[in-house]
Design a binder for this molecule. Structure first.
Ligand SMILES: [Zn+2]
Length: 406
């Protein structure tokens, strides 16, 4: 996944995900919650609103995230390296072919075509690192200092003839079976390539790319480069699936439902503001919500309901279906979770609320207990945060949901 728990790098990550990527322009006006009613709300066109009382539904209550949106083309240079103590033992094609299109395709699906991940591989040769793979303490005690030495050594090995201009992130891939480079991790610290280009994020891949998680490792780590946090706990002894089970690959790469939460798609600008309906005032409102995995232009149902519960905290309601990136999902229905823009990696920024605690969940150990968290028609969930969600009906992949804000 990302890095060894409690390593010094973990602390670094918390800092990294809370700052804007240097090459990103200041984003246009993340709007604070307002009481402005949206006369053009698509939600109002597709669902009946409980008439009395009529709560205010704001056009947007977009959280004040520290990074995002990210749409358009995102270019990743791909550098292959080997070591004096571990020369390359395969062709580059054997490493590159499995990742050449799958991660890009997944981002295209999850972003509804709004993000295009373009890989720019340097396929000529493996660049020989100046030091043995064991010299970076990578698998034992990788620090920011040794990580940056690893990255700068790789860039120096590539030399000034390799251009890194117009590159958003750098991938460094080691030989297969180079066990010292065991896991994949990332940094948002600027590095300068020999050609003079400044690279603002770098992902160094390890053996987990080949043997544990596969190509989705690239989506997870690139998610960090886009500003998304790890959703699993960093604290020692905690289950990886504690907070989000098998939802969203930022929590578990091998998730049964790897598509990103509406919360993340909202941050990244993959959801338009009108696709997230904000409920600000007390009362009961009814909403049609469309499945997060697909675009359905014929009905244009919103993709989520957001209920702010503090200056940074929200109750979020979305719909999961076994479609698109979640085609293999066992847990579908109306998913309710909390999200907090003030919490970073490892701190539980998103926490699924289980509608069936103690059920044992569904799926094959991919998130276990929380995987069957979604509500079905006729079910109700009191979040304990002054928000109750009731599922009234299902039409195609849409659900009709009643949200009571006390
Ligand atoms: Zn991570």
């Amino acid at each position: 996944m990302c890095q060894a728990h409690n390593s010094p790098l973990s602390m670094h990550w918390k800092q990294r995900v809370c700052r804007r990527l240097p090459h990103e322009p200041v984003q246009a006006n993340p709007r604070p919650c307002s009481n402005t009613k949206s006369p053009a709300s698509k939600e109002q066109n597709t669902a009946s609103i409980t008439p009395t009382p009529t709560p205010t539904i704001a056009a947007s209550c977009r959280p004040n995230w520290s990074s995002g949106p990210h749409t358009g083309t995102f270019r990743a240079a791909v550098l292959f390296v080997d070591f004096p103590d571990f020369p390359a033992n395969t062709t580059i094609s054997e490493l590159y072919d499995p990742i050449a299109s799958a991660p890009s395709s997944l981002f295209t699906t999850m972003s509804y075509g709004k993000l295009s991940l373009e890989l720019v591989p340097i396929l000529d040769r493996f660049f020989r690192m100046p030091s043995p793979s064991s010299s970076y303490d990578y698998s034992r005690a990788l620090t920011l200092e040794t990580h940056l030495r690893y990255i700068n050594d790789a860039l120096a090995a590539a030399g000034p003839s390799v251009s890194f201009s117009d590159i958003d992130t750098l991938y460094i891939i080691p030989p297969k079976f180079a066990d010292e480079i065991s896991f994949s991790t990332s940094t948002g610290v600027d590095v300068t390539a020999p050609d003079g280009s400044v690279i603002s994020s770098t992902i160094t891949f390890g053996q987990d790319l080949f043997f544990s998680w596969g190509p989705k490792t690239i989506n997870h780590e690139t998610g960090h480069a886009l500003g998304l946090p790890d959703l699993y706990p960093y604290a020692a002894g905690e289950a990886v699936t504690k907070w989000v089970g098998g939802f969203d690959l930022m929590g578990l790469i091998a998730a049964q439902a790897p598509d990103l939460f509406a919360w993340h798609k909202w941050q990244l600008g993959w959801l338009e503001e009108e696709q997230v309906v904000c409920v600000l005032e007390a009362g009961v409102t009814e909403h049609r919500i469309g499945a997060i995995e697909v675009v359905d232009e014929t009905r244009e149902a919103p993709k989520a309901v957001a209920v702010p519960t503090s200056s940074t905290g929200y109750v979020m309601v979305e719909v999961r279906a076994a479609l698109g990136a979640d085609a293999g999902a066992c847990g579908t229905g109306v998913l309710v979770y909390t999200a907090d823009s003030a919490l970073g990696s490892g701190e539980g920024p998103v926490r699924v609320i289980d509608s069936k605690p103690g059920s044992g969940g569904c799926g094959d150990n991919n998130g276990g207990e929380l995987n069957d968290a979604p509500l079905q028609v006729g079910e109700e969930l009191d979040t304990g945060l002054g928000v109750v969600v009731r599922v009234k009906a299902q039409e195609w992949n849409d659900f009709i949901v009643e949200v009571e804000r006390k």
